[in-house]
Design a protein around this ligand. Sequence first.
Ligand code: HEC
Length: 301
Amino acid sequence: MLKNIKLGTRFNLILALVFMLGITISGAALSSVLQQRAQAEVTSQALLLIQAMNSVRSYTSNHIKPLLAPQLEPETTFTAETVPAYSATEVFENLRQSEDYKNFFYKEATLNPTNLRDKADDFESKLVERFRSEPNTPEISGFRALPGGQMFYIARPLAVSQKSCLQCHSKPEVAPKSLVETYGAENGFGWQLNEIVATQVISVPADDVLASANRSLSLIMSILIGIFAVVILLINLLLRRSVIWRIRRMAKVAQEVSTGKTSTDFEQDCGDEIGALGIAFNRMKSSLEIAMRLLSQQQDG
Ligand code: HEC
C-alpha cells in the first residue's frame, strides 16, 4: 500500500506514527508516575496527622484522665478534657486555625456518639459498616469529593477496646452523673465490648497536589512534543536535501540523456552513496556515448 506513496510522505507517515505512539506511551507512563507520587504525598501527610492525633489520644488517657478523674463524680458538668476523642478533636481544631491546614479534617465518626458533632455521615457510616463486616481490614483510604474540593482520606476502625469504656458508654445509670447531665441519656450508650463503634477519619485536601502533578505532566509533555516536532522537521529537511532533491535531479538528467541530450552530467560531487551512483551513471553515459558513436560510424561506413 505504501509503495505508490512518495518517499517523503512515506517517511513522514512512519515518523508521525512513531511520534504519536511515543507520546502516548510516555504520556501514560508519566501520568501514572506523577499520580502515584501525588498520592504518596497526601498519604504521608494523612498518616503523619493520624499518628499525631493518636499521640494526643494516648497522652490524654495516660496523663490527663488519671489527673482529672476525681473531678468527674462530684461536678455537675462533665470535664470533657479527660476524653481522648475530645482532646484529639480539639487539638485538630486548633491546627485548622492556621491558614495552611484549614481544609484538613479529623473526625472520630461514630454511629451513636455521645457528642453529636461526632455523628457519622452516610459515607462514614458505610466505612464503619465495612470495618464491622471485614474485621481484618486495618485501614481504608481513597479520594472523596467534598464541597471544599477533592479530599484524600484515611480511615481506621475504632473499637471499644477496654472494659473501662463501658463505664461511660454502656448505660446512663452506670455513667458519671456529670456526663448524663452534660450530654443527656440518649446518645453514646449501648456500646458493646470489642464492638467497632466508630472510624477515625483524617481528610487531606488533594486538589493542590493533583493540580501540581497535572501541571508537571503538561510541562513535560509540551517539552517532549516540542523535541519530537523539531526532530521530525530536521529529519525532513535532511531527507529532502540529501536524498529526495538529488534523486529528482538525477531522474531529470536521466530523462534528458534518454532523449539524446548528453551535454548534462550526473551530479557526482558528494562522496556518499548517491554520489557513487552519479559516478556510475556518468560512466554508463560515457559508455553509451562511445557505443552510439561506434554505431553511427558503422552505419556511415
Ligand atoms: C469517663 C467517661 C468516658 C470513658 C471512660 C470513655 N469515654 Fe468515650 N466519650 C466520653 C464522652 C463524654 C465523650 C464525648 C466527648 C466530646 O464532647 O467530644 C466521648 C466520646 C467518645 C468518642 C467519640 C464519639 C462520641 O461518642 O462523641 C469515642 C470514639 C469514644 N468516646 C470512645 C471511647 C472508648 C473506645 C473508650 C474506652 C477506651 C471510652 N470512650 C471511654 C466519655 C467517656
